[in-house]
Write a protein that binds this ligand. Sequence first.
Ligand code: NAP
Length: 101
Amino acid sequence: MGWTAAQTPDQHGRTFLITGGNSGIGFEAARVLAEHSAEVILACRSADKAQQALETLRKYAPAARTSFLQLDLADLSSIKRAAQEAKERFKRSMSSSIMRV
Ligand SMILES: NC(=O)c1ccc[n+]([C@@H]2O[C@H](COP(=O)([O-])OP(=O)(O)OC[C@H]3O[C@@H](n4cnc5c(N)ncnc54)[C@H](OP(=O)(O)O)[C@@H]3O)[C@@H](O)[C@H]2O)c1
């Protein structure tokens, strides 16, 4: 049998910024990481969708630290602003990231 998400090691102390984290593969990555004690930042273009996704995430991982960062990957000024905001808000904790490709 191959690897499954249940085999994810403890992620306590690590912070992941996940683009496209409000749905699909991005949300599933966020869920698994939050369930394994990571801090998860959903970087999304829609605040409403992000808030809905955060509510769902908290049902799976009530103790996890989760938050939203506004990011539209089709807008270079939004990317620049989000990168600056992420540096300011999360510079002490951010150790790794999942970038949308
Ligand atoms: N972090 C990731 O999401 C991630 C990681 C690795 C690979 N991928 C790629 O994603 C594909 C599969 O993705 P999927 O099935 O999850 O569905 P998808 O439709 O490809 O991705 C949906 C997510 O991307 C967001 N998104 C789309 N355009 C965006 C933009 N301009 N700025 C910010 N967010 C944007 C969507 O936000 P809205 O709900 O606002 O539309 C939604 O959260 C694969 O082909 C793979 O290459 C994604």
